[in-house]
Design a protein around this ligand. Sequence first.
Ligand code: ATP
Ligand code: MG
Length: 250
Amino acid sequence: MSEIPKDHPRYASLLTREKIVEGVEIGITSQQGLVAQGRGECFDYLTGEQTTASAFLAEKVSVAMLLLAERPVLSVNGNAAALVPDSLVKLSDVTGAPLEVNLFHRTEERVNRIIDHLKDNGASEVLGSKADARLELQHSRGIVDSEGIYNADVVLVPLEDGDRCQALVDMGKSVITIDLNPLSRTSRTATVTIVDNVVRAVDNMIDLSSELKGLDEAELRKIVNDYDNSRTLSDAVRQMIRKLEELSDT
Ligand code: ATP
Ligand code: MG
Protein backbone atom coordinates (compact mmCIF):
# COMPACT_ATOMS: atom_id res chain seq x y z
CA MET A 1 0.00 0.00 0.00
CA SER A 2 1.35 3.48 -0.83
CA GLU A 3 2.37 5.61 2.11
CA ILE A 4 -0.18 8.42 2.72
CA PRO A 5 0.88 11.19 5.12
CA LYS A 6 -1.63 11.33 8.04
CA ASP A 7 -1.91 15.11 7.77
CA HIS A 8 -2.98 14.99 4.13
CA PRO A 9 -6.29 16.91 3.88
CA ARG A 10 -7.91 14.00 2.05
CA TYR A 11 -6.32 11.23 4.12
CA ALA A 12 -9.52 9.22 4.72
CA SER A 13 -10.49 9.26 1.05
CA LEU A 14 -7.00 8.34 -0.14
CA LEU A 15 -6.81 5.49 2.35
CA THR A 16 -10.13 4.14 1.04
CA ARG A 17 -8.77 4.34 -2.51
CA GLU A 18 -5.65 2.44 -1.51
CA LYS A 19 -7.75 -0.30 0.10
CA ILE A 20 -9.67 -0.82 -3.15
CA VAL A 21 -6.43 -0.99 -5.15
CA GLU A 22 -5.09 -3.52 -2.65
CA GLY A 23 -8.36 -5.47 -3.00
CA VAL A 24 -7.69 -5.78 -6.75
CA GLU A 25 -4.07 -6.76 -6.13
CA ILE A 26 -5.02 -9.59 -3.76
CA GLY A 27 -7.78 -10.81 -6.07
CA ILE A 28 -10.89 -9.97 -4.04
CA THR A 29 -12.04 -6.85 -5.94
CA SER A 30 -12.72 -6.72 -9.69
CA GLN A 31 -11.23 -4.05 -11.93
CA GLN A 32 -14.77 -2.79 -12.49
CA GLY A 33 -14.80 -2.19 -8.72
CA LEU A 34 -12.21 0.55 -9.20
CA VAL A 35 -14.55 2.37 -11.55
CA ALA A 36 -17.44 2.01 -9.11
CA GLN A 37 -15.30 3.46 -6.32
CA GLY A 38 -14.48 6.49 -8.48
CA ARG A 39 -18.17 7.04 -9.14
CA GLY A 40 -18.87 6.83 -5.41
CA GLU A 41 -16.08 9.31 -4.56
CA CYS A 42 -17.60 11.88 -6.88
CA PHE A 43 -20.93 11.73 -5.05
CA ASP A 44 -19.17 11.72 -1.68
CA TYR A 45 -17.59 15.06 -2.60
CA LEU A 46 -21.06 16.41 -3.28
CA THR A 47 -22.35 15.42 0.16
CA GLY A 48 -19.31 16.91 1.93
CA GLU A 49 -17.82 13.47 2.75
CA GLN A 50 -19.89 13.10 5.89
CA THR A 51 -23.00 11.27 7.04
CA THR A 52 -26.01 13.53 6.54
CA ALA A 53 -28.96 13.56 8.94
CA SER A 54 -31.19 11.75 6.45
CA ALA A 55 -28.54 9.09 5.77
CA PHE A 56 -28.24 8.55 9.52
CA LEU A 57 -32.00 8.07 9.76
CA ALA A 58 -31.86 5.52 6.92
CA GLU A 59 -29.09 3.71 8.81
CA LYS A 60 -31.25 3.61 11.94
CA VAL A 61 -34.27 2.28 10.04
CA SER A 62 -32.07 -0.34 8.36
CA VAL A 63 -30.78 -1.61 11.69
CA ALA A 64 -34.35 -1.79 13.02
CA MET A 65 -35.31 -3.83 9.92
CA LEU A 66 -32.37 -6.20 10.36
CA LEU A 67 -33.22 -6.72 14.06
CA LEU A 68 -36.89 -7.38 13.24
CA ALA A 69 -36.15 -9.72 10.32
CA GLU A 70 -36.63 -13.46 10.51
CA ARG A 71 -33.97 -14.33 7.95
CA PRO A 72 -31.73 -11.28 7.43
CA VAL A 73 -28.58 -11.52 5.26
CA LEU A 74 -25.67 -9.15 4.68
CA SER A 75 -24.48 -9.48 1.08
CA VAL A 76 -20.76 -8.85 0.53
CA ASN A 77 -19.17 -7.95 -2.83
CA GLY A 78 -15.56 -7.33 -3.74
CA ASN A 79 -15.60 -3.61 -2.90
CA ALA A 80 -17.27 -4.07 0.48
CA ALA A 81 -14.85 -6.89 1.31
CA ALA A 82 -11.86 -4.70 0.51
CA LEU A 83 -13.14 -1.62 2.37
CA VAL A 84 -14.91 -2.85 5.51
CA PRO A 85 -14.32 -6.58 6.13
CA ASP A 86 -13.93 -6.25 9.91
CA SER A 87 -16.93 -3.93 10.29
CA LEU A 88 -19.17 -6.25 8.26
CA VAL A 89 -18.19 -9.15 10.52
CA LYS A 90 -19.06 -6.99 13.56
CA LEU A 91 -22.39 -5.90 12.07
CA SER A 92 -23.19 -9.56 11.36
CA ASP A 93 -22.41 -10.46 14.99
CA VAL A 94 -24.52 -7.69 16.52
CA THR A 95 -27.55 -8.13 14.25
CA GLY A 96 -27.42 -11.92 13.90
CA ALA A 97 -27.53 -11.56 10.09
CA PRO A 98 -25.19 -14.00 8.30
CA LEU A 99 -22.71 -12.80 5.66
CA GLU A 100 -23.05 -14.06 2.08
CA VAL A 101 -20.54 -13.41 -0.68
CA ASN A 102 -22.46 -12.40 -3.80
CA LEU A 103 -20.58 -11.13 -6.83
CA PHE A 104 -21.47 -9.40 -10.07
CA HIS A 105 -18.22 -10.56 -11.73
CA ARG A 106 -18.25 -13.99 -10.15
CA THR A 107 -15.49 -16.58 -10.22
CA GLU A 108 -15.29 -19.43 -7.71
CA GLU A 109 -11.75 -18.38 -6.92
CA ARG A 110 -12.80 -14.85 -6.01
CA VAL A 111 -15.74 -16.10 -3.92
CA ASN A 112 -13.39 -18.33 -1.92
CA ARG A 113 -10.79 -15.59 -1.54
CA ILE A 114 -13.43 -13.24 -0.10
CA ILE A 115 -14.73 -15.94 2.25
CA ASP A 116 -11.16 -16.50 3.51
CA HIS A 117 -10.63 -12.73 3.82
CA LEU A 118 -13.79 -12.36 5.94
CA LYS A 119 -12.68 -15.30 8.09
CA ASP A 120 -9.27 -13.66 8.54
CA ASN A 121 -11.25 -10.67 9.83
CA GLY A 122 -13.09 -12.72 12.44
CA ALA A 123 -16.07 -14.33 10.64
CA SER A 124 -16.89 -17.88 11.71
CA GLU A 125 -19.20 -18.83 8.87
CA VAL A 126 -19.71 -17.17 5.49
CA LEU A 127 -22.34 -18.20 2.92
CA GLY A 128 -22.00 -17.88 -0.86
CA SER A 129 -20.07 -20.94 -2.02
CA LYS A 130 -22.99 -23.41 -2.19
CA ALA A 131 -24.49 -21.55 -5.14
CA ASP A 132 -27.59 -23.76 -5.13
CA ALA A 133 -30.26 -21.17 -6.05
CA ARG A 134 -30.84 -18.56 -8.77
CA LEU A 135 -32.33 -15.08 -8.94
CA GLU A 136 -34.25 -14.16 -12.13
CA LEU A 137 -31.11 -12.87 -13.87
CA GLN A 138 -28.93 -14.04 -16.74
CA HIS A 139 -25.45 -15.54 -16.25
CA SER A 140 -23.56 -15.76 -12.99
CA ARG A 141 -25.03 -12.56 -11.56
CA GLY A 142 -28.02 -14.43 -10.20
CA ILE A 143 -26.14 -17.16 -8.31
CA VAL A 144 -27.01 -17.25 -4.59
CA ASP A 145 -27.31 -19.69 -1.67
CA SER A 146 -30.76 -21.09 -0.88
CA GLU A 147 -30.19 -20.81 2.87
CA GLY A 148 -28.96 -17.21 2.44
CA ILE A 149 -30.12 -14.50 0.04
CA TYR A 150 -32.62 -16.72 -1.80
CA ASN A 151 -34.79 -17.27 1.27
CA ALA A 152 -33.95 -14.05 3.12
CA ASP A 153 -36.70 -11.60 4.07
CA VAL A 154 -34.36 -8.61 4.56
CA VAL A 155 -31.10 -8.22 2.59
CA LEU A 156 -28.42 -5.55 2.95
CA VAL A 157 -26.73 -5.10 -0.45
CA PRO A 158 -24.00 -2.44 -0.29
CA LEU A 159 -22.90 -1.04 -3.68
CA GLU A 160 -25.39 -3.17 -5.60
CA ASP A 161 -26.24 -3.25 -9.29
CA GLY A 162 -29.65 -1.93 -10.34
CA ASP A 163 -30.89 -5.09 -12.10
CA ARG A 164 -30.07 -7.32 -9.19
CA CYS A 165 -31.62 -4.96 -6.69
CA GLN A 166 -34.79 -5.03 -8.80
CA ALA A 167 -34.73 -8.85 -8.91
CA LEU A 168 -34.54 -9.01 -5.10
CA VAL A 169 -37.37 -6.49 -4.68
CA ASP A 170 -39.47 -8.44 -7.23
CA MET A 171 -39.06 -11.52 -5.02
CA GLY A 172 -40.81 -9.60 -2.25
CA LYS A 173 -37.74 -8.98 -0.12
CA SER A 174 -37.02 -5.80 1.79
CA VAL A 175 -33.78 -4.52 0.29
CA ILE A 176 -31.44 -2.11 2.04
CA THR A 177 -28.67 -0.59 -0.04
CA ILE A 178 -25.69 1.61 0.73
CA ASP A 179 -25.03 3.73 -2.36
CA LEU A 180 -23.51 7.20 -2.58
CA ASN A 181 -25.31 7.87 -5.86
CA PRO A 182 -28.94 8.79 -5.09
CA LEU A 183 -29.65 8.67 -8.85
CA SER A 184 -28.56 5.06 -9.45
CA ARG A 185 -31.19 2.48 -10.33
CA THR A 186 -30.29 0.64 -7.12
CA SER A 187 -30.93 3.72 -4.98
CA ARG A 188 -34.28 4.28 -6.67
CA THR A 189 -35.37 0.63 -6.40
CA ALA A 190 -34.32 -0.32 -2.86
CA THR A 191 -36.73 -0.34 0.09
CA VAL A 192 -34.24 1.72 2.12
CA THR A 193 -31.41 3.69 0.51
CA ILE A 194 -28.48 4.74 2.65
CA VAL A 195 -26.77 7.53 0.69
CA ASP A 196 -23.48 7.36 2.55
CA ASN A 197 -19.99 5.95 2.12
CA VAL A 198 -19.96 2.27 3.11
CA VAL A 199 -16.90 3.10 5.23
CA ARG A 200 -18.98 5.38 7.48
CA ALA A 201 -22.35 3.66 7.15
CA VAL A 202 -21.41 0.22 8.46
CA ASP A 203 -19.70 1.62 11.57
CA ASN A 204 -22.71 3.85 12.29
CA MET A 205 -24.95 0.80 11.95
CA ILE A 206 -22.85 -1.16 14.47
CA ASP A 207 -23.27 1.67 17.02
CA LEU A 208 -26.98 1.94 16.26
CA SER A 209 -27.43 -1.80 16.79
CA SER A 210 -26.29 -1.57 20.41
CA GLU A 211 -28.69 1.34 20.94
CA LEU A 212 -31.71 -0.25 19.21
CA LYS A 213 -31.27 -3.65 20.84
CA GLY A 214 -32.71 -2.06 23.99
CA LEU A 215 -36.05 -1.36 22.25
CA ASP A 216 -39.01 -3.72 22.11
CA GLU A 217 -40.59 -4.98 18.89
CA ALA A 218 -43.35 -2.34 18.80
CA GLU A 219 -40.79 0.47 19.12
CA LEU A 220 -38.66 -1.01 16.33
CA ARG A 221 -41.75 -1.39 14.10
CA LYS A 222 -42.65 2.25 14.68
CA ILE A 223 -39.20 3.37 13.48
CA VAL A 224 -39.66 1.33 10.29
CA ASN A 225 -43.30 2.31 9.67
CA ASP A 226 -42.64 6.05 10.08
CA TYR A 227 -39.95 5.99 7.41
CA ASP A 228 -40.36 7.33 3.87
CA ASN A 229 -37.54 6.41 1.46
CA SER A 230 -38.59 8.92 -1.19
CA ARG A 231 -37.82 11.68 1.33
CA THR A 232 -34.34 10.26 1.86
CA LEU A 233 -33.70 10.35 -1.88
CA SER A 234 -34.94 13.91 -2.33
CA ASP A 235 -32.99 15.04 0.76
CA ALA A 236 -29.82 13.57 -0.74
CA VAL A 237 -30.33 15.35 -4.06
CA ARG A 238 -31.24 18.61 -2.30
CA GLN A 239 -28.11 18.34 -0.15
CA MET A 240 -26.01 18.09 -3.31
CA ILE A 241 -27.75 21.07 -4.90
CA ARG A 242 -27.11 23.11 -1.72
CA LYS A 243 -23.45 22.14 -1.76
CA LEU A 244 -23.08 23.14 -5.41
CA GLU A 245 -24.88 26.44 -4.80
CA GLU A 246 -22.62 27.15 -1.84
CA LEU A 247 -19.55 26.49 -3.98
CA SER A 248 -20.83 28.53 -6.90
CA ASP A 249 -21.29 31.52 -4.56
CA THR A 250 -17.71 31.47 -3.31
P1 ATP B 1 -27.00 1.05 -10.97
O1 ATP B 1 -26.70 -0.29 -11.58
O2 ATP B 1 -27.61 0.93 -9.60
O3 ATP B 1 -27.77 2.00 -11.86
P2 ATP B 1 -24.20 1.73 -11.47
O4 ATP B 1 -24.20 0.76 -12.59
O5 ATP B 1 -23.73 3.13 -11.69
O6 ATP B 1 -25.61 1.80 -10.71
P3 ATP B 1 -22.85 -0.24 -9.91
O7 ATP B 1 -21.44 -0.49 -10.31
O8 ATP B 1 -23.88 -1.19 -10.38
O9 ATP B 1 -23.27 1.23 -10.30
O10 ATP B 1 -22.92 -0.10 -8.30
C1 ATP B 1 -21.98 0.62 -7.57
C2 ATP B 1 -22.63 1.79 -6.84
O11 ATP B 1 -21.94 1.96 -5.60
C3 ATP B 1 -22.51 3.13 -7.58
O12 ATP B 1 -23.74 3.81 -7.55
C4 ATP B 1 -21.46 3.93 -6.78
O13 ATP B 1 -21.73 5.32 -6.76
C5 ATP B 1 -21.62 3.32 -5.40
N1 ATP B 1 -20.37 3.35 -4.58
C6 ATP B 1 -19.09 3.14 -4.98
N2 ATP B 1 -18.23 3.21 -3.95
C7 ATP B 1 -18.97 3.44 -2.85
C8 ATP B 1 -18.66 3.57 -1.46
N3 ATP B 1 -17.40 3.52 -1.02
N4 ATP B 1 -19.69 3.77 -0.60
C9 ATP B 1 -20.98 3.83 -1.04
N5 ATP B 1 -21.33 3.74 -2.35
C10 ATP B 1 -20.35 3.53 -3.25
MG1 MG C 1 -25.04 -1.21 -12.38
